[in-house]
Each structure stands twice: as structure tokens, then as C-alpha cells.
Design a protein around this ligand. Sequence first.
Ligand SMILES: [Zn+2]
Length: 228
Amino acid sequence: MNNIESINYSNFFNNSVIASQILFDSSFKFSSLTEYRKLITEKLSISSGNLVVPEQVHSNTVRWINKNGSYQNTDGIITDNNNLILSLQTADCVPIFIFDQLNNIKALVHSGWRGTKNKIINNAINLMIDRQSQPSNIFVLLGASIQKCCYEVGEELIDYFDDDCIYQYNNKIYLSLQEQIRVDLLKLDIPLENIHVDHECTFMNNKLSSYRRDKGESGKMISLLGHY
Ligand SMILES: [Zn+2]
């Protein structure tokens, strides 16, 4: 019925919530993300009135959401409202899906190097803990994003990250955002077995959106988390 391709992560959450990363449809003439999001929601038969859209700015700001709509200067959104569907857009940055089934708390977090450096993941997890989540009930999935094989960074970034998240070879420096986020989650007492990392590299897989690879030509993948 629809020709939408996506990576479905719902299994990781026991299918008690739908978690997916929608691949960018390059046949769509890219005029605006708003229009693109509308197309996606129509194809998935989601009411766009249920969507929560963060206007991402690589900040570490996470907001508790009770109402649909757009939120400026926001890179993480959390809700316990079952009518809302959280969304996020990425092309290389890490989309982080978080779910506490016991308390029915869902979160989507956008974490590139700035967000990871500024510990947006801590802000998200702490906000959930403020709302009675226990770390042992929090499950976290890191979606497809640029991996250390392709994520070369300048030496000015080295000091911001743990040593074992930085790799050097052939006089080049590579960063693993996923490993840093995983380490940060373990420090927040999230159990190892509650964390899953998709090691699919957006830069290497041409079906995935990569800003590094395609610059302004790159589309965006839309992550969705909710009941739909
Ligand atoms: Zn790669």
C-alpha cells in the first residue's frame, strides 16, 4: 500500500511501541522537511496532528512534551502521552530511541558530536528518572548513524570524548559517537543488556542519508516513536 522503506526497531522494545527510522525517499522532490514529513505521515496513515517535531539545533535541550506541534531549540523530546508520536530527523547524527514500558515513557533524542559532548543523553535519562523511571526499566536503541569507520574528526574534538571512543590510524582521528553514548548510558546505570546499537553506517550505505557524504543534497531520515 505504501512504498515507504524503513528500519523497524520495534522488536527491541517487544513491539509494545513502534520505533522506526524511515529511509529518505529520493524520488520526492525535496522542497521542505515539513512537506516531506506530511507526505510520510499521510503514507503511514498517521494524523499529522499527533506529531511532535523538534526544531533541532545540536543543543542538549530535552523537553517534556504534552502537546503535539513544533518545538524550537529542542533536540530531545519525552512524553507519556499515548496520542503523541515523537519524530526526529537525522543524516549521520545518532537518533536515540528510549522507552520505559513500565511507566510508559518514550523519548527521542538527536545526538551528533555537539549533543554527545554536551551529554544530551544524560538530560534525557535524568528527566525520565525525575518522573519515576528506574534505570533497569529503561531500554535504549541507537539507530543507524555514521560509525567510527567514516567519522573523521579534527584533533580539537579529542579532549571532549573518552579515550576509548577515539581511534587514530594513518594520522587521522575517528570518533565513535555510539560508543561514547553507550559509555554514558552505563554510567547512568542503564544495564548493558538494555542497550542496543545499530552498527549500520549511514555514510557507507547509499540507501541511508548522510550529510557527510552528500552535503546539501542529502535527504533526512525521519525517526518515529509512538503508538500508530
Ligand atoms: Zn562507515
